[in-house]
Write a protein of this length. Structure first.
Lengths: 207, 71
């Protein structure tokens, strides 16, 4: 950096696709001139060429992308922005202040990285294919589980039939049993109370 | 779109300090099929990187690299 006041910036410009080579080069040169005439310095240039847009911008479906890395004084950026705002050939632009540890990468490098990652994923994929063996074991378990319930319903049926026969006899007994149970429960409750009282009166600290 | 099992932040793992908006293939991993930003409780990215990611995605959208909505 020549000037201490200069900061590093990155600008992406979207030009119309139907200009032709001469006019696009002219537009790019004009933008470069504005940067260099304001004590700026162009570090790197990357022209992406014509690309499809993700959505329509000013009724255009394609655009010409250019990325410029440059250093400039922050106050003089306004002049650049003004000229870009007036220019009808520029669909959009984006100026970003790059961090100090920024590595300049072109579009090709990013595409290469993406291809490498895809290859890695494909290499990793075959290791995942051992799952079918586990599924077989699960199926066996399921069949075992299915066998058991078949036996159960028979038991349940027999259990259901028995109570139906015994119920009328039980009902007569229940009244007598209830009185007995109440007495038993009362005696049990009193026993428990006594035990609790004894524990409260002389608690065992040794425990 | 990453799943629940990838709990570790992708950017911390691969030591990425600056998320570039031009790297659209990386950004597409953090978009749903309706091109919305995947929340960090799905993707597992840390808050620091999630904020940078959101900014990168929004910049890429503005420049027509990534769609706002699916066609």
């Amino acid at each position: 950096m020549e000037n201490e006041n200069n900061f590093n910036y990155e600008i992406m410009i979207l030009l119309r696709a139907d200009l032709g080579e001469e006019l696009t080069n002219k537009e790019i040169d004009e933008i470069k001139n504005i940067i260099t005439s304001n004590n700026g310095e162009i570090i790197h240039e990357d022209a992406w060429g014509i690309k499809d847009l993700a959505y329509r911008i000013r009724k255009e479906e394609q655009g010409f992308y250019v990325v410029l890395n440059f250093s400039m004084e922050p106050k003089k950026l306004e002049k650049l922005e003004k000229s870009l705002n007036i220019n009808p050939q520029v669909l959009r632009y984006l100026i970003i202040k790059t961090p100090p540890n920024y590595e300049i990468k072109s579009l090709e490098e990013y595409e290469e990285e993406a291809e490498k990652e895809e290859k890695r994923k494909k290499e990793k994929a075959p290791t995942v294919f051992k799952k079918p063996q586990k599924k077989k074991i699960i199926k066996k378990e399921k069949t075992e589980i299915q066998k058991e319930p078949k036996e159960k319903p028979e038991k349940e049926k027999s259990a259901e039939e028995k109570p139906a026969e015994e119920k009328p006899e039980k009902k007569e007994e229940t009244e007598e049993e209830k009185s007995k149970k109440e007495e038993l429960s009362k005696s049990k409750l009193s026993e428990v109370d006594e035990k609790l009282k004894s524990i409260i009166n002389d608690p065992d600290i040794s425990l | 779109m990453p799943t629940y099992s990838n709990r570790q932040c992708h950017f911390c793992k691969s030591n990425i300090r600056y998320i570039d908006y031009k790297n659209t293939k990386l950004l597409e991993n953090f978009l749903t099929r309706y091109t919305k930003i995947v929340p960090k409780y799905y993707s597992g990215t840390c808050l620091k990187h999630q904020k940078k990611l959101a900014k990168a995605i929004k910049n890429a959208r503005f420049m027509g690299l990534i769609p706002y909505t699916p066609k």
